[in-house]
Ligand binder design. Structure first.
Ligand code: FES
Length: 171
């Protein structure tokens, strides 16, 4: 049975409607994705501009817990808290400034000793033995009601130790 011109025209119209529907469908998906990407971008910009959250403030402990000339690991903050001879506090990053290995404090040597390439650092984080190019980074600390608090969101690079980097408990 052969198709009449009328039947052929109906089939062409159906095909055209189907193709239009497909284009509309994929166009809607593309528009939705574009909108989602745009919203994600705006949202992340908004998050970047927000002030530092209090989640970055780590409570290290009461001042009396730390004796002068000691280094204490603060595991929940991922840093060391050095208490210097005259009683001030210096939070130190545990990340080696050479290639980023985690540096342990070796109590017998009274030094940080990097297990990767042998750099050593003093209690104030200064380089004793290279290849580390600069001292361990520090973090800002403050003492509130006799409690040492450290802001781990803002590591500070430095070229040498300077007593102003440490925080003194008020007497
Ligand atoms: S990563 Fe510490 S000395 Fe190389």
């Amino acid at each position: 049975m052969s198709e009449t011109p009328h039947t052929e025209s109906l089939q062409q119209t159906d095909r055209r409607h189907f193709l239009n529907w497909i284009w509309a469908f994929f166009g809607a998906i593309a528009a939705a994705e574009f909108g989602w990407v745009g919203l994600s971008f705006l949202k992340s910009r908004k998050e970047r501009n927000q002030p530092i959250s209090t989640a970055s403030i780590i409570t290290a402990g009461p001042v009396e817990r730390f004796k002068p000339k000691t280094v204490t690991a603060i595991p929940n903050g991922g840093f060391y808290l050095a208490r210097l001879e005259e009683g001030s506090f210096l939070p130190l990053s545990r990340t080696c400034t050479h290639l980023g290995c985690t540096v342990p404090w070796v109590e017998e040597k009274k030094q940080f000793v990097c297990p990767c390439h042998g750099s050593t650092f003093s209690l104030t984080g200064e380089v004793i033995t290279s290849p580390a190019p600069r001292p361990l980074d520090t973090f800002p600390a403050r003492i509130e009601n006799g409690i040492v608090k450290v802001d781990i969101a803002s590591p500070r690079k430095r070229e040498r130790f300077d007593p102003t980097q440490a925080t003194r408990p008020s007497s």
